[in-house]
Design a protein around this ligand. Structure first.
Ligand SMILES: Cc1ncc(COP(=O)(O)O)c(C=O)c1O
Length: 309
């Protein structure tokens, strides 16, 4: 089955979905994207599109920031995604990438007086940071500030900031970078939110520390509270707290829940997966497969032949 895209208001083979080289978004990063997991449950033979409405709500919020107007509602985009997934013929974990962009083929940096367009593609994505534990550095690049490019939007141009930090970390022998805000507080990873375990409670940076408001972050906060009775404190975090935390982990759609085992050449805790992290990993893995009736509001279940919810 050839890979498919939804592009220019129709479904087509991915190989036929092309943009012109004058496309405004290509030059200036004036686009916003999403990343949604279609988790394949091989026992039930169905996908669980996890919290897809939340992902499209966030995409439309990013579009508001960028003055991108789309002719689709959240429900329309969910339905298009389901159809694309069914057409794709995939029977394994799928990663869905919707992208809204300034599509006029013209030179000139701005947001106004331009056409907008939207596409969705589906691809494979193994766990982004592996499963063995992540070795991190604190980046010398600072997280973009809300007054520069708002991090609460998933804005393409802002990912240059992530790319600079990621490659710097990689070339220095680390798996991932942790970015600080301009005033030195912990913000997030290049494509993940970060949590610390301090005195048995979860601590995570607040929205005002230039993070993307992660859907996995929100899920983990709710699972920790509901299933483990653990509260999360959203507050600014100092760099040195990373070195002293009992446990640390990243959350994200691409990453799931990934234990951080080392930061700036210091082991986190005893350098192994912590107890709370392990419990959250297990809980999240089950919930993200669509197996927990309690969280059915988060699921859009898609079997290759038909839509169930
Ligand atoms: C910069 C950044 N932070 C955090 C996240 C995690 O967000 P989510 O859990 O919604 O995937 C992502 C992933 O999209 C990201 O790119």
């Amino acid at each position: 089955m050839p890979p498919y895209a939804f592009f220019k208001e129709q479904f087509m083979p991915l190989a036929e979905a092309k943009v012109g080289i004058l496309t405004q978004a290509l030059h200036y990063g004036t686009a916003a994207f999403g990343g949604i997991r279609g988790n394949w449950d091989s026992e039930q033979e169905r996908f669980c599109l996890f919290r897809i409405q939340s992902h499209y709500k966030r995409l439309l919020d990013s579009c508001r920031i960028l003055k991108i107007k789309l002719p689709y509602s959240i429900d329309d985009m969910c339905q298009l995604t389901v159809e694309l997934l069914e057409k794709s013929g995939y029977q394994e974990n799928a990663y869905i990438r919707p992208l809204a962009y300034k599509s006029s083929e013209t030179i000139g940096v701005r947001l106004h007086d331009l056409e907008d367009d939207f596409f969705i593609i589906i691809t494979h994505l193994p766990p982004y940071l592996g499963t063995e534990g992540v070795r991190c550095c604190t980046s010398s690049w600072r997280r973009v500030d809300d007054t520069m490019i708002p991090a609460r939007g998933k804005i393409c141009g802002a990912y240059v900031n992530s790319a600079l930090a990621k490659t710097d970390a990689h070339e220095n022998g680390f798996d991932e970078a942790i970015l600080l805000t301009h005033d030195g507080h912990v913000s997030e990873g290049t494509g993940e939110n970060i949590f610390l375990v301090i005195n048995g409670r979860l601590v995570t940076p607040p929205s005002s520390d230039n993070i993307l408001m992660g859907i996995t972050r929100d899920t983990v906060i709710k699972l920790a509270k509901n299933e483990l009775g653990i509260d999360t404190i959203e507050r600014s975090v100092d760099r040195s707290e990373l070195y002293l935390a009992e446990e640390c982990f990243f959350t994200g759609t691409a990453t799931n829940v990934a234990q951080i085992v080392e930061i700036d050449h210091r082991p986190v805790g005893n350098g192994e997966t912590g107890e709370i992290t392990a419990k959250l990993q297990e809980l999240f893995a089950q919930v993200a497969l669509g197996r927990s009736p309690k969280y059915s509001d988060w699921y859009t279940l898609v079997s290759p032949a038909r839509v169930e919810a």
